[in-house]
Design a protein around this ligand. Structure first.
Ligand SMILES: [Zn+2]
Length: 321
């Protein structure tokens, strides 16, 4: 990551703010699509705090890079919740302490002043934009069909098809965590039973293999499984099979060319990718149909150290998405 010390006033800088349940990541993107400043703070709950903190983070990254407000072409904000990007409002962002519908883009724009354009997007939609940008910059060429799978407390995906976000009329696109995976299975907070996210998520691992040493439960589980613990192997394999089901659903419904696995559990890194690819290969071994679809070849881990959600939010800030 580079940090510029002089600002090109003609360039269109945009700021991306990724407001997560516990942390808010903010980056400044230059016109060439490079991150030139970044910031990370704990998230405070409530619409007023979220808006105030976002506006302050915008000023901090501008100051860090020595870029004046006049060079700012726009701000994009990614939030978990049901976002209406037109008016820039969000509802049901329970992780942020936002219940009813809130005009969050306007709240941030009021604090920034100077007529700065602020746009709002769902956090997973922002993440899939950021992941596509990263893959393109990494030499994978233009990526138009992509899913970003957030494997965290729950399970959901952001989907880009033909270069456009798939939001859907009820913003339900990508809610694969609530597809039924096990008939009459574990109850889910959505009111159904046997939902995929009860088996393919960080919470699923926490329930079956709670952390014993304070390190992330998925790390402890995979280490115990690798060391030969029989119970750990079974828990790990069932978890990986459920993640593989998520990959299958995305490929067989949308034929997305790439699937980027992100979210907290993806910090497992290569052990997760190896296990997932092995499970997808195992399934393909008995199915010429699956083999032809090359699911293992489509899976990537979210890049380490690249805040794809914030980068995607900055791309949203450019407008036209
Ligand atoms: Zn559910």
């Amino acid at each position: 990551m580079q940090t510029s010390t002089t600002a090109d006033l003609s360039a269109g800088y945009t700021v991306g703010v990724d407001v997560g349940g516990t942390k808010t990541a903010t980056i400044l993107l230059d016109a060439a699509g490079h991150v030139v400043a970044h910031d990370r703070t704990p998230t405070r709950k409530g619409a007023t705090s979220v808006a105030a903190d976002a506006a302050q983070a915008v000023d901090r990254v501008l100051a860090e890079a020595g870029v004046p407000r006049a060079a700012l072409a726009g701000v994009g904000i990614g939030v978990p919740g049901v976002v209406d990007p037109g008016p820039g409002s969000v509802a049901n962002a329970v992780n942020l302490g936002i219940g009813g519908r809130v005009p969050l883009a306007d709240l941030v724009a009021e604090r920034l002043g100077d007529g700065v354009a602020v746009r709002l997007e769902n956090d997973l939609n922002a993440a899939v934009l950021g992941a596509a940008h990263h893959l393109a910059e990494s030499g994978e060429g233009p990526v138009d069909d992509l899913a970003f799978v957030a494997l965290g407390t729950g399970l959901a995906a952001g989907i880009m098809l033909d270069g456009r976000l798939r939001r859907g009329p009820h913003q339900a696109a990508g809610e694969i965590g609530h597809l039924q995976y096990v008939p009459d299975g574990l109850p889910c907070k959505c009111g159904q039973a046997g939902c995929l996210e009860r088996y393919a998520s960080g919470s699923a691992i926490d329930a079956l293999w709670p952390s014993r040493t304070g390190r992330p439960a998925p790390v402890e589980l995979f280490e115990a499984a690798a060391a030969g613990d029989g119970v750990a192997r079974r828990v790990r394999d069932e978890f990986v099979a459920a993640v593989a089901a998520a990959v299958r659903v995305l490929v067989l419904t949308c034929d997305v060319g790439r699937i980027v696995i992100g979210g907290g559990v993806s910090q497992l890194g290569e052990p997760l990718l190896r296990a997932l690819v092995a499970e997808l290969d195992r399934r393909a071994a008995s199915s010429p149909f699956l083999r032809a679809a090359d699911l293992p070849g489509r899976v990537r881990l979210a890049p380490v150290g690249v805040p794809v959600g914030a980068v995607g939010a900055a791309l949203v800030g450019r407008g036209g998405i």
